[in-house]
Design a protein around this ligand. Sequence first.
Ligand SMILES: [Zn+2]
Length: 107
Amino acid sequence: MSHILKNDRVKVLAGVDSDKEPSRVVRVIGDKQTAIVQGRNMRWKHLRRSQDYPHGARVQKEAPIPLSRLMVVCPGCGKPTRVKFQVTEKAKTRICAKCKKPLGEGK
Ligand SMILES: [Zn+2]
């Protein structure tokens, strides 16, 4: 289980989006340790002409961001925080390293 999950609110720590408000994780790409974050790390994608775009097009699309550059924003205390895991016999849950509240299961 990754410390960042889909639908988390995350803050981008470094790069051009580091001064922006937290945004939502659209997808976590586990085997690459990256995530797509809504409206962050936008890249221009140049499309060849096709049936949808008879003249080709430039569209903006989110590019993956390494998980190490993201920090979860805790819904309990509202701050970007490190993630700790609380392990019981039944389950492993993510908790906020600051206020110890659960961070949710990313659904
Ligand atoms: Zn917290």
